[in-house]
Every structure is written in C-alpha cells, then in structure tokens.
Design a protein around this ligand. Sequence first.
Ligand code: F6R
Length: 591
Amino acid sequence: MCGIVGYIGKFNALEAVIEGLKKLEYRGYDSAGVAYKKENDIKICKEKGRVIDLEKCIMDIDSSLAIGHTRWATHGEPNQRNAHPHSSMTGRFVIVHNGIVENYQKLKFEYLNDYSFSSETDTEIIADLIEYFSNTLSVEESIRKTMSLIEGSYACLIIDKKHPNHIYCMKDKSPLLVGKGKDGISFSSDITGLIDYAEEYMPLEDKTFGIIDAEDVYLQDMIGLPIENRFQKMAIQKEEIDKQTFDHFMLKEIYEQPMMIRNLIHHYFSGEEVRISPKLIHHIRQSDKINFVACGSSMYASYFAKYYFEKLCGIPCEVFCASELVYSTPLISKRPFFIFFSQSGETADLLAVMKKVKKQKHPILTITNTIESSMVRLSDYHLNIYAGKEIAVASTKAYTAMLVTSTILARAVSKTKTNLKNNLKAVSLAMEKVLENKEVCRGIAQSIINQEDLFYIGRGIDYWTALEASLKLKEIAYIHTEAFSSGELKHGPIALITKNTPVIAIITQEGTNRITRSNLAETESRGAKTYVIASKSLSTPSDDVIIPNVAHYLSPLVSVLVVQLIAYYAAVFKQNDVDKPKNLAKSVTVE
Ligand code: F6R
C-alpha cells in the first residue's frame, strides 16, 4: 500500500527519494509524487502513474531535502490532484501520508470552515490542521496537537517552508522507519526503501513525533518528552531485492523455495532437535486452544498449522480471518494461545485484532517474514520464516515458509519424534523436480487463459491448497476462480459447470484419492475440461501433472508449486503486470 520515503543529507535527496520509491513500488500504487527543497523554497511534482514518469519532471535537479510518496487510492480517485504530497491552504506545510484519517469530515467541520481544499483526500486536512494550529502554537506543538485529534492511522513526513532544513514526522498505526547513514538521514515505510542510504535503521513506535535534520533524529512522545533512539544494523542485502536473471520477481521467488526449505532446516534444527525457545514451547503446551489469526494466503497457510498442531500436539485449534475477528466476539477458552501469521507483519486487520488480544492479556506469537515489523513489536514471541524479502505482490515463498515453520513448531511442541528434518529435505528435492517440469504447468496455463471461470477442487489438506491456487489465479491472471471441497460440488456449485469449464483436481492424499476422482468425473460428465495434479503413488497415466512422493502431510508444499506456476504463466500469457497486479498492494496497511 502507500509508500513514503524521505531523505535529508549530503547526497542528492531527489535521487535518494526516487530510488527509495522505486524500491517500494512492489507495495502497489497508482500515483506518485515528491516535494523537495530548492533555493529555500519547497517545490512539488506529482503524477498519476509510475515513478518513472515522475523522474522526468525532476531530472538534473539537486536538492538536500526531499520527501516522496506512492499512493494507493482510498479517498478520491487516483489522479494527479489527489496524488501526494499535499500542501496546506497557504502552501506553508507540505505533507506525505500513509494511512487513513477516519474522522476527517468531523475535523474539517470543527476546525477548517474557512479553508478551501484542492483534493478529495483525507491527507490534505492534516496539512491544514497543522497550519491552523500554527497560528497560535509552535510547529512542534501544532503537529502534536494534530496527532492528538486524528482517529485512524498515519505515518507522515512534513516539511515547513519556514524551516526548510528539517523534516518532521509523525506516526501511529501505519509503519515508518528511520535510517541513519554516514551522509544523511532517510525514511521509508519498510526496510527495502532504506537500502543504499542507511547503515542503521529504527522502526518508530506508535504516537511518535520527530524532528530530523541532516545530522540526527530527535524523537518525542505526544506530550513532548524525548524518546531514546534505538538504531539497529541494517539486516537486508541489496541482492534480495534484485530480479537477477528472472523475468519477474514472482518466478524468482517460486524458484527460491527449495533453497528456502534448506535454510529453514539450517535455522531451526540442531542435529535432529528443533531449536525454538523452550519458554515459547512451554507456553503453547499450557494452552487449551490455539487461535490462528491471518488474512489471505497467510490464512490459508494457517489451516495447515491447525492441522499439524491438532495431529501432532492434540491441542484444539481454530483459524480466524482477521478482518472478521476484529468485529466479532468469539467465545475464548480459559487458556488460549494466539498465533498470528503475516508475511509483512504490518497488515492493518491483524494489528487491530492483535491490539484487542493484547488488551485481554492473552499470549501472542507472530510468525512472520518481517522481524522489524509492528506485529513483532506488539507480540510476546515471534518466529522468523526466513523466506527473504518477498517482492511480488502474490505470495509464494512466504506461504510455503509459513507451512514449514508451523510444522517445525508443532513438532517442537509435540512430544512425539518424527523424521521431519529428512522429510523436509525430501520436499526440497521434490520441489526442484516440479520446477524442472515447469513446461507442463505452462501448457495448462495456456489452455485456460481464455476461460471466464475455473474451479480448483480437493479434499482435506488438498482443499486448502485449492484455496491458495484459486487466490493466485484470481490475483495475477484475473481469471474468476473458485476452490471447492470436491464433496461440496453436488451441493450447489456443480450447477456452474458448462462445456469446457476447466476443473483442476489436486490429489495428494490416499484416503481421498478415489472419491475426489469420482467427483471430478461427475464434472466431466457435465462437460468440464478436467485436469489432475497428483502425487506419483496415487497417479494414473492420464494425469496431467505428477509430483514426486513426499511424506503425505508435507505434500501440499510440493503441489502448491504447480498451482503457483500455472497462475504465473497464465498471467504472463495474458501480458499482465505479474509482480504488481491491478488494485492490489503488498502490504495492506488499511482496514
Ligand atoms: C496473496 C497475498 C495476500 C496476503 C494477505 C495477508 O498472494 O499475498 O492474500 O497473504 O494480504 O498479508 P500478510 O501475510 O502480509 O499479513
């Protein structure tokens, strides 16, 4: 979602900000803009479209201070007028904002009756409020006063034309990191935007206000008391955000999965023993129910976690969709344990639930790819899924890494010994075999691209893979796809089958092989064009994709690569923007 960057220091700030915005492009956006210092004045340039379009209007300009923004429209359509930066009415304050001011109509009514507005955004009123209060208060007090009035979320960088050698920042609920390098201070919504300009970084806590010059960062809380700077060494390499020889980040990330499994083994195993904090293991063992909370692909990954914990540890589990849970009050057991799954660690729906759970003092573990994230800071425990930066909007390696991390954790919590380490090594080899056979997936992709609707089916754990398969195809190939438990077809969805409707069955479990095939045959009798993805030991010669056998409970880690590749190639055939699909954002920082 929206990305903000800023730089103040000895390098050309415009260059630093444009590079930072390019690194944040993967988050998803529809317009972009910058504000920069030029001869003691502040200039603004913004465009609907890509960062590259913006670059043209600021070519060859040198500046020591700049802020920039990529906007994912929430209030007001994506156009040049609504793009950030926004200025206060007199032009004194210039601002970029990530988040939503939920009470902006009320604030407008209460304080800004004499103001005229030049955009439809909620952001503009932040600049106006600061200006309004600055008639009687100092800049610092005006910003803190504005913070105290906003309901919703914000990460903002602000320039005051009267003090053009500073950047001010304010943050609540939306992510904001400050980076420090030898030659200046930089800002970004996530750590990737700081690469090249920062040696150390510091994620800002909620309700933080800051004044930054080229030398240092001065942070305060809402009443102006100083907050100590806690910089940490940058923990990301530039290679992680480089496509290398792949056409798309998504393909690169699909290919990284076998290696990622080996990395996870390396991080979490010492010999045959799992290395996870005994305190965490003990805490989970004490619980009478595990509640998993997640969204999208991460939620589908948590279905597997439920399965592993119930099978291996005998602890009842429930999966909650965060955006639903936040507005409901389910019955909570006596000793609950909460596990949140999130690639980004910044998903607004999850943060909203987490804050409620924290208030009730229930223990929280976050399983994430982003250890510098807000969710990690709010949790009692966290586990890194070690997937490396995921740039493509559609999740692939983070999803499989969540499955692997949760099996490892379940194995550690359970007192039963399994041959998990060797079984995971076998998965990594099986994944490589699937990648060698990618042409088969490409062929299937080609045959479905002109279809309006497609159905994935499976039972039990294969059904959960079908859910993920269907999401991938919707997201990047824009094909309407549904996943059904194959047993449910006869209870309604089979009415949708017409001549040549593609139905793809996923079959990796012996117990459900026969019945899923017979459900598939029922769709074929009604005209469907059917495909089968099956584990070798369950396959028949007419199956379309045969995947190597692995331990049955790990086979979804292999079958999911097939459906990722089908979605990828379908998107490529349709000439879609694979890594940045329309309307989607990588980090969903608004509810
Ligand atoms: C799908 C996808 C999304 C995310 C969801 C949650 O490919 O990436 O469905 O899984 O938005 O995001 P995180 O895991 O960052 O909380």
